[in-house]
Design a binder for this molecule. Structure first.
Ligand code: IPM
Ligand code: MN
Length: 357
């Protein structure tokens, strides 16, 4: 029927409500997509806690997924993470969180979603300290401190390993340069702490430098994470011409900081990009306090879905929906509580739909 099938993972908390809002807006805009809804809520299978196979197969088949809010942690006492290096945990270990695995991380690993793209652009009508923020951060998404290799050396001494590989560094660097070229950004800045992590961040930088040689038309430079934090909050404008690329944990933290500059995680999209599949998701929490009340703000998920449409080369639909959403926010009449308005999710969604018709 000429439609693309996309996996939709509504998730829990406000996930189903904000997913519904996106679905309604897409129908109104006649986006040629049909949704295949799956649950990623872990189930017990053969003594292990796993993501339901239907969800895995759906993402594999469709190669593109949109994800609302998944449950954060699941107990995976008998699971082993996919790290190639395994260190046997010491006995009597009693480290908080042991045996719990983040579902987000599991999805990123399962599909090898190696680049996490997080743009932050000022939203007109939503007043913050700056009105000219336009950063793009690309975060390595499979390793670093997120490798899940932790153990207790002896009582009272624990180790969490930061694993950096040349291949993953090179892969995310290449993605960042391609992204810069495709988006018309002139510069790639590798963000690091190689002054301290001489080997791991040092190698990350070497990989970035190597890759930069393949892109003579893109300026390449490097900057320290702490300096970047200071500079971005002092004056974000110089960062609007470039893409920043960095190891996993730095990207996790710096992306929240950039999100704060434009109004928070309710307004920022993200995309987890892999070779065989990509998952676009809102980074904010499941907001259990307002879940089910029809008050949630679907903007982050909607903007994530627009990244997805552009990823699928459905730019005209993305542009049209983006304009409708941003105009609705700029007008300030039908916006949700977190944006300073009084509208319900339904009213906000309908206001966007009105602009599409
Ligand atoms: C994010 C989140 C995740 C992360 C958590 C939920 C595992 O904070 O997507 O930024 O730390 O990567
Ligand atoms: Mn985060």
């Amino acid at each position: 029927n000429g439609k693309y099938t996309v996996t939709l993972i509504p998730g829990d908390g406000i996930g189903p409500e904000i997913s519904q809002s996106v679905k309604d807006i897409y129908s109104a805009a006649n986006v040629p997509i049909q949704w295949e809804e799956v649950s990623v809520t872990p189930i017990l299978k053969g003594g292990k806690t796993v993501i339901p196979d239907a969800a895995i197969q759906s993402v594999k088949k469709n190669t593109v997924a949109l994800k609302g809010k998944s449950p954060h942690l699941f107990s995976a006492v008998s699971n082993r993470l996919t790290s190639s290096i395994r260190i046997r945990p010491a006995r009597n270990t009693n480290v908080v969180g042991k045996g719990h695995v983040s579902l987000n991380l599991t999805l990123r690993r399962t599909f090898n979603l190696f680049a996490n793209v997080r743009p932050c652009a000022s939203i007109k009508g939503f007043k913050t300290a700056y009105d000219d923020v336009n950063t793009v951060l690309i975060r390595e998404n499979t390793e670093g401190e997120y490798s899940g290799i932790e153990h207790e050396v002896v009582d009272g001494v624990v180790q969490s390993i930061k694993l950096i590989t040349w291949d993953a560094s090179e892969r995310v660097a290449r993605y960042a340069f391609h992204y810069a070229q495709a988006s018309g950004r002139k510069r790639v800045t590798a963000v690091h702490k190689a002054n301290i992590m001489k080997m791991s961040d040092g190698m990350f930088l070497s990989a970035c430098r190597e890759v930069s040689k393949e892109f003579p038309d893109v300026v390449y430079d490097e900057d320290l994470l702490d300096r970047v934090c200071l500079k971005v909050v002092t004056n974000p404008q110089p960062y609007s011409d470039r893409v920043m690329v960095m190891p996993n944990l730095y990207g996790d933290i710096l992306s929240d900081m950039c999100a704060g500059l434009i109004g928070g995680l309710g307004l920022t999209p993200s995309g987890n990009i892999g070779r065989d599949a990509s998952i676009f998701e809102a980074v904010h929490g499941s907001a259990p306090d307002i879940a089910g009340k029809g008050l949630a703000n679907p903007t982050a998920l909607l903007l994530s879905s627009l990244m997805m449409l552009r990823h699928m080369n459905l730019n005209e639909y993305a542009d049209k929906i983006e304009k409708a959403a941003l105009t609705t926010i700029a007008e300030g009449k039908s916006i949700t509580g977190d944006l300073g308005g009084k509208a319900s999710t339904r009213e906000y969604t309908d206001a966007i739909i009105q602009k599409l018709l």
